[in-house]
Write a protein that binds this ligand. Structure first.
Ligand code: UD1
Ligand code: CA
Length: 462
């Protein structure tokens, strides 16, 4: 086995994105474009991965800080793709093996295609192998010029003659190179072209002059090599990525009522027999169990959902855990750090934040439960509010097991409400409640007999 060194070019500005964000940091299906490319690279199990950064270098580096095996070189001025690859010289010259060159803006390429590229490259004992594709509308890409069937050079759109522009076979910008002759040949690339740039594809004609073998490998699904240069392409590629993810889910036994409007990020896992309604968003590291029902308008971010959970319309769950058999929503808001126990019910217009609901606990209507622990089988009435914030600090509300909190109660934290107690409706609870007690924290009602008649009589006199 020869050593494989991956180089990813990502120094360009991405002018056509019209963005403050470096192009490769735009997201597709929850991952940045560059993260997708690096994941593909890593799947090749290479000896090294080198990322050429320039525009927004720090942001790009930071976004990938957690990746080991990754080394960075900076291309201070973006003088062209040939110049970009030359920047890796201090890291790669003198090493043995092959370079796989990837474009940081082409995230759809599969590992299988890269393996095929390397196989073709090795079989032909080539100095360079170019991935090509056939596009019905090749506009904008470098064209593959052949003589006697052999690739002789690549011509950029801007430099192409009308005859060359008619060529449908295009350069993907993805290549395999032998390391040994590479850097000396890169030195030979000039800037005598319409854009005044160092064109990496010029390596093809240089190698041909040196009588080195240059071959091509044509990718079957041309979409794989699509690059992202504009917001339109970002949307188009996103839609392809989404479709692929949705097909994987359906193959694994998940029902998607309308795959076209189901938005599932790359790393999301969903169990079999779960039914997902239209317009659902499953994001980040979310894991959904089996036989769940996720209704329209739900958005679940970085959360773990058990089996047989029903998440009704327009419910948002973020950074939380929901155990099996629970019901959420419609219109529930589960904010970060919440834990919902088995068979719990969280109804409409209930907001939770850093709150634990015990097994079978219920808060069925209109409540705010923040920084709270609610024991098994407790029932929180409509309109209950935990006053967790005193304007300075957050405080805990601890409700035991089997507690009944009457409607419209105000629980002023810090406060503890022990097992089996009752809170009378409309109470403002400011002191702890012992187990089994009834707490009434409101003014006693007074009825004034005959009050209305007296009032009317008084009015008649004036
Ligand atoms: C390039 C190819 C073209 C090919 C197309 C495929 C050249 C001259 N042309 O064109 O034949 O059909 O890709 O998508 O190579 N980059 C740098 N530093 C630079 C310039 C570019 O790192 O100085 C990076 C960019 O960030 C990008 C990649 O190289 O990730 C490709 O550059 P881009 O300007 O998009 O090249 P294209 O014009 O698309
Ligand atoms: Ca490009």
């Amino acid at each position: 086995m020869t050593d494989i060194h991956v180089v990813v070019l990502a120094a360009g500005k991405g002018t056509r994105m019209k963005s403050q964000l470096p192009k490769v940091l735009h997201r597709i299906g929850g991952l940045t474009i560059i993260e997708r490319v690096i994941r593909t690279a890593a799947a090749l199990m290479p000896t090294s991965i080198t990322l050429v950064v320039g525009h927004g270098a720090n942001e790009v580096k930071q976004s990938l800080a957690k990746r080991h095996l990754l080394q960075f070189v900076t291309q201070e001025q973006q003088l062209g793709t040939g110049h970009a690859l030359l920047q890796t010289r201090p890291l790669l010259e003198g090493k043995t093996g092959s370079v796989v060159l990837l474009s940081g803006d082409a995230p759809l390429l599969s590992v299988d295609s890269l393996r095929s590229l390397l196989a073709a490259h090795a079989e032909m004992e080539a100095a360079a192998t170019v991935i090509t594709a056939r596009f019905p509308r090749p506009f904008g890409y470098g064209r593959i010029v052949r003589t006697n069937g052999q690739i002789s050079k690549i011509v950029e759109e801007k430099d192409a003659s009308p005859t060359q522009k008619a060529i449908a076979e295009i350069n993907s910008g993805i290549y395999a190179f032998e390391l040994a002759p590479l850097f000396a040949a890169l030195d030979g690339i000039g800037t005598a072209n319409k854009q005044g740039e160092y064109y990496l594809p010029d390596l093809v004609s240089i190698y041909r002059k040196q009588k080195r073998t240059v071959t091509t490998w044509t990718v079957e699904r041309a979409d794989e090599i699509r690059g992202i240069n504009s917001r339109t392409e970002l949307a188009e590629v996103s839609s392809m990525v989404r479709q692929q993810k949705n097909e994987e889910l359906m193959a694994a036994g998940v029902t998607l009522i309308d795959p076209a409007t189901t938005y599932v990020d790359a790393d999301v896992v969903v169990g079999a027999d779960t039914v997902i309604y239209p317009c659902v968003f499953l994001e980040g590291s979310t894991k959904i169990g089996a036989a769940c029902e996720i209704q329209s308008g739900a958005r679940i971010v970085n959360s773990t959902i058990g089996d047989r959970v029903c998440i009704r319309n327009h419910t948002v769950v973020t950074d939380s855990t929901v155990e099996s058999g629970s019901f959420l929503g419609p219109f529930a808001h589960i904010r970060p750090g919440s834990q919902i126990g088995e068979d719990a019910h969280i109804g409409n217009f209930v907001e939770l934040k850093k709150t634990t609901m015990g097994k079978g606990a219920k808060a069925n209507h209109l409540a705010y439960l923040g920084d709270a622990t609610i024991g098994d089988k407790s029932n929180v009435g409509a309109g209950t509010i935990t006053c967790n914030y005193d304007g300075d600090k957050k405080h805990q509300t601890v409700i035991g097991k089997g507690v009944f909190v009457g409607s419209n109660s105000t629980l002023v934290a810090p406060v503890k409400i022990a097992d089996g107690s009752y809170i009378a409706a409309g109470s403002a609870v400011t002191a702890d409640v012992p187990a089994g007690a009834l707490a009434i924290g409101r003014a006693r009602q007074e009825n004034k007999d005959g009050w209305v008649a007296k009032k009317k009589a008084a009015k008649a006199k004036t």
